[in-house]
Design a protein around this ligand. Structure first.
Ligand code: 4NP
Length: 174
């Protein structure tokens, strides 16, 4: 199923009681995935799908657990009219069961982070064998960019925030 809100536009969502659930994941869950979550939430609300789609975000490391999103990202987001309220949390085994779609910001998240977590947890918790198939790269849904990964703004200096991840997500998801 397409995650882009564009994909939901003018289409009927499945008439089930259970909302379709989307989890955005990056490394720290303080920049990219909260921005993606904030932008997606904005469009989902705008299109009136809030009761049909559950949205969350997580990180593959727990270093920032309990922290708010990076203030630069929140400021960039606010300038675009989007409020980010996410609190960082690490991805957990039940996410592979509970979420219908898990969207990774970059290949490292997808291949190393998720698969490591998935392989570790599948021996601890009973996970569906094919749960890892829920993991896709968010850029695989890109219609307006050629990039295959969402760049990490924390390593790009202020430019990353100036150009704004939020604007990037706005364009990817619009
Ligand atoms: P994010 O950015 O994955 O977009 O939240 C990062 C935040 C923190 C770290 C790395 C990336 N870190 O190593 O602490």
């Amino acid at each position: 199923m397409q995650v882009s809100v564009v994909a939901f536009k003018n289409k009927k969502l499945p008439q089930t009681q259970t909302p379709f659930s989307v989890l955005f994941v990056c490394l720290g869950n303080i920049c990219r995935s909260p921005a993606a979550e904030g932008v997606f939430t904005y469009f989902v609300k705008k299109r009136g799908f809030d009761s049909k789609i559950r949205i969350d975000s997580a990180g593959t490391i727990n270093y920032h657990e309990g922290n708010q999103t990076d203030s630069r990202m929140r400021a960039a987001s606010k300038r675009c009219g989007i409020e980010i309220t996410s609190i960082s949390r690490p991805i957990k085994s039940s996410d592979f069961v509970e979420f219908d779609l898990i969207l990774a910001m970059d290949k490292q998240n997808r291949e190393r982070g998720y698969m490591e977590a998935f392989n570790r947890w599948k021996f601890r918790d009973p996970l569906p064998e094919d749960a890892h198939k829920k993991v896709r790269l968010i850029c695989s849904y890109c219609k307006k960019h050629d990039e295959t990964e969402v760049p990490d703004p924390c390593y790009g200096g202020p430019e990353g925030f100036k150009k704004s991840e939020v604007e990037y997500h706005l364009q990817v998801q619009r």
